[in-house]
Design a protein around this ligand. Structure first.
Ligand SMILES: [Zn+2]
Length: 245
């Protein structure tokens, strides 16, 4: 028996407000079907299609598209059911009470930016590590600087570059990797001091090495610490399980 719709009664403002507040203008079906927690242009749907029934259980905020699909009677596909929408609404309210709508809006951009920063900091560190390793190794073994100035521009600069890069990357390194980097820095400093002590003016002034511990750099430790640090950085930049899929 066809039933004529009652003249439209207006949903009381306090009920409307409650629906809008609980949904935060997120569409229950967008969330249910796509996990979409973005604010939508939408309307308050009367789920049983009775516009006079403004009990809150009968109302759900839906985006324009889902509202019109929900209301459509001519649709060929199986339409969304009232229970389905109610369940979607309950899940949406739960997500909102957990603050997921706020997090999901802020997260992608922030996470992407953080990831970019992290990657560029680690690349910078790797660059400083590789260059410092190569240059200081070279100066220590073969081409010695002859003056203090040469020493600063050829040797010491790499220690400072590495220290700068490490400071930038420090917040992205886990404890083990950070320990490896500190070992590198220690080794780098030992190398620098060793080279400095071999500068002709310093050597002449002192007549001999001031500290016998530093006469011979620890090559093995130097090489080992750099290799370990390089491997750790390489795996941070290319996680072994990321290329799988
Ligand atoms: Zn929707």
């Amino acid at each position: 028996m066809p039933q004529t719709k009652e003249p439209r009664k207006r949903t009381p403002p306090e009920v409307e407000l409650s629906v809008l507040e609980q949904s935060r203008r997120r569409c229950a079906l967008c969330f249910h079907l796509n996990g979409d927690l973005k604010e939508k242009h939408g309307q308050i749907a009367h789920l049983d299609d009775d516009r006079a029934n403004y009990s809150e259980d009968n109302l759900a905020f839906l985006c324009m598209e889902h509202h019109s699909l929900y209301d459509s009677k001519t649709s060929q596909h199986k339409n969304y059911t009232i229970q389905e929408v109610k369940r979607a609404r309950a899940a949406l309210h739960e997500a909102i009470s957990l603050g997921q709508h706020v997090v999901s809006a802020a997260l992608p951009a922030a996470a992407e930016k953080l990831y970019d920063l992290q990657i560029s900091a680690l690349h910078e560190l790797r660059r400083a590590l590789t260059k410092g390793h190569y240059e200081i190794n070279r100066r220590a073994r073969a081409i010695m600087p002859l003056t203090e100035e040469e020493y600063r521009t050829q040797v010491e600069v790499h220690e400072f570059n590495f220290l700068d890069a490490m400071t930038m990357a420090e917040i992205y390194l886990d404890k083990d990797t950070l320990d490896l980097m500190r070992a590198v820095l220690g080794s780098l400093r030992q190398m620098c001091t060793s080279i400095w002590l071999r500068l002709p003016p310093v050597f002449e002034a002192k007549g001999k090495y001031a500290d016998p511990q530093l006469t011979e750099p620890d090559w093995k430790l130097f090489t080992q610490s750099f290799e370990a640090a390089k491997a750790a950085l390489a795996s941070l930049l290319n996680p072994p399980n990321a290329s799988g899929a």
